[in-house]
Design a protein around this ligand. Structure first.
Ligand code: FAD
Length: 510
């Protein structure tokens, strides 16, 4: 256990938002010796009976883990004991067939963790430090950030509370109030995009102990727990992540108009029996009906903005700076990485709790460097929706991924697939994107060449076999001639060559 106290002259930071990213930021600042004040508009999640969070579990991968490793107060080993590692995607066809697509060639895993448990671990660790104060039920209403001033509404006393801090950190989520206050003085560029799809969570309950539904004796899981399950249906999909208690949390992502059109249990069962038949059996019809018609439907938004800071007075991190759609499982990981990278910039500029002379320079560099990476990740996350709901069942996609895996095996350091770069390394996102795209082009070219060689080889081979076997007929004779295996009349030869060129053009369009 470590005890950190703020130095007598230590600077004060006000962190707005005690979600995942605010919780981790509080730990980093506290461990660096700052006076930390955390303001959260809701009640303390640790005292709540029911979770009101937007997703029950999350995929935690390398970037998030790296940032957590930097927070000494977090017992990562204990945390990971409560996580369920997932080594790949399990694709569910309509007929219930399941096919595994591993994430990495070396057994790399992403980890399904309980969102609430992770948030509680972070708040507990921050709370244990003497230089951290937490204020729940404090909603930021306005701020004069250039003066380091924030005005909160205390929901318990119905009073307004004005506070001053040397630095204000906005970790208040996708609809950030700090971002709103930052926009004008920081001359911030801002763009947001809602996608047409919304999400809805359903539950696959654990099997009773000893039940034949369980995938193996002693287990309560009814699906392989070491996969992220996907039911890709081209324009929509369902996914399921395992929980340590043997249950799975399913999330349906679909156009809102499609879900709105389902008004009766009969319509619901028609759709689900047709598209997610094996899951209906596991969810149970009663539960499906109850959850489908009662659970909230969440919007999916991308927010890009910049700069993220105002002089040496304020900075936004996490979803406040870059909300992204959840299809790469990177929102929280990226927010955790923000905290790690921010402190790297502090270190580079010699910023400490007692010497903040270079704080403005550190924030400016952080803001500029991080923006490129985060914008790349927002785009990758959007693109991955198509990949998860449609591409994962396309032959061309699977062939390219296979080629990339083989190349990665041959040169593990230099040739790295995009998913591996994003989820299992800390390589900056923009670099992941450019390297991933270059590799994708290479794999597509290899696929085209291999396909063309196979077609030509097949054509020549067929002609050779036909000739050897003495098969006759005008088409076969033309074929043999075109392949250069026998002389032929020019017109016949040209016709056959045109046919061959047509076939090659088809291959090129692959
Ligand atoms: P939030 O979690 O939104 O926390 C913001 C906090 O600020 C909240 O506690 C809020 O109450 C508080 N707040 C807001 N306004 C104020 C105010 N005015 N005053 C005071 N407090 C305020 N990410 C992953 O990495 N992996 C995944 O697998 C994954 N799956 C996801 C699945 C779904 C369906 C969704 C929607 C998201 C998923 N994400 C995932 C993204 C992840 O949830 C977010 O990126 C992450 O929660 C961002 O954390 P945050 O702390 O920045 O914001």
């Amino acid at each position: 256990a470590t005890t950190t106290r703020a130095a007598p002259q230590a600077k004060t930071v006000a962190i707005v938002g005690a979600g995942l990213v605010g919780g981790l930021a509080a730990l980093y600042f506290a461990e660096a010796g700052w006076n930390v004040h955390v303001y959260e508009m809701r009640t303390d999640i640790r005292n709540e009976k029911f979770s009101r969070e937007r997703s029950i579990n999350l995929a935690l991968s390398e970037r998030g883990l790296s940032a957590l490793r930097g927070a000494r107060g977090v017992d990562l080993r204990a945390l990971m004991e409560l996580a369920v590692p997932m080594q790949g995607r399990m694709i569910h066809a309509r007929d219930g067939t399941q096919v595994s697509q591993p994430y990495g060639v070396f057994g790399e895993c992403i980890n399904s963790v309980d969102r609430r448990m992770l948030n509680e671990v972070l708040l507990d660790a921050a709370n244990a430090l003497p230089n951290v104060q937490m204020y729940f039920q404090h909603e930021l209403r306005s701020a004069s950030l250039d003066a380091g001033q924030c005005v909160f509404f205390n929901r318990t006393t119905n009073e307004s509370v004005t506070v001053h801090a040397d630095l204000v950190v906005g970790a208040d989520g996708a609809h950030s109030a700090i971002r709103r206050e930052l926009m004008r003085p920081a001359r911030m560029d801002y763009a947001q995009q809602y996608i047409d799809s919304v999400y809805l969570e359903l539950t696959i309950p654990p099997a009773a102990k000893g039940s034949p539904q369980a995938i193996e004796p002693g287990s309560q899981f009814v699906l392989d727990p070491h996969h992220l399950h996907i039911w890709p249906r081209k324009t929509y999909m369902m996914i399921a992540l395992p929980n340590p208690d043997g249950s799975f949390t399913c999330t349906v992502f679909a156009p809102s108009s499609m879900l709105d059109a389902i008004q009766t249990p009969a319509a619901l069962f028609d759709l689900f029996e047709r598209d997610f038949g094996d899951a209906v059996a596991l969810i149970g019809r009663d539960r499906l009906e109850r959850e489908f018609f009662n659970n909230p439907r969440g919007p999916l938004i991308t927010v890009k903005c910049g700069p993220y800071h105002l002089g040496d007075k304020a900075v936004i991190i996490g979803d406040a700076a870059h909300a992204m759609v959840p299809f790469y499982g990177q929102g929280m990981n990226c927010g955790f990485e923000d905290v790690r990278v921010l402190f790297e910039h502090f270190q580079r500029h010699g910023v400490s709790a007692t010497d903040a002379r270079q704080l403005g320079a550190a924030l400016a560099q952080y803001s500029a460097a991080r923006h490129t990476d985060v914008a790349a990740m927002c785009d990758l996350a959007l693109a991955n929706y198509t990949e998860m709901r449609a591409s994962v069942i396309s032959t061309k996609y699977l062939a390219c991924r296979w080629i990339e895996r083989v190349l990665h095996l041959v040169a593990p350091r230099t040739i790295v697939p995009l998913y591996t770069l994003v989820s299992f390394t800390n390589v900056p996102y923009a670099e992941c994107m450019s390297r991933g795209r270059a590799l994708r082009k290479t794999s597509e070219t290899i696929l085209k060449v291999v396909s063309a060689v196979s077609v030509v080889g097949g054509l020549v081979g067929t002609a050779w076999v036909a000739k050897r076997a003495g098969v006759r007929g005008p088409m076969v004779r033309a074929w043999i001639a075109a392949m250069g295996l026998a002389p032929a009349h020019d017109a016949v030869r040209n016709g056959a060559i045109a046919l061959l060129e047509g076939a090659l053009a088809q291959v090129k369009q692959l």
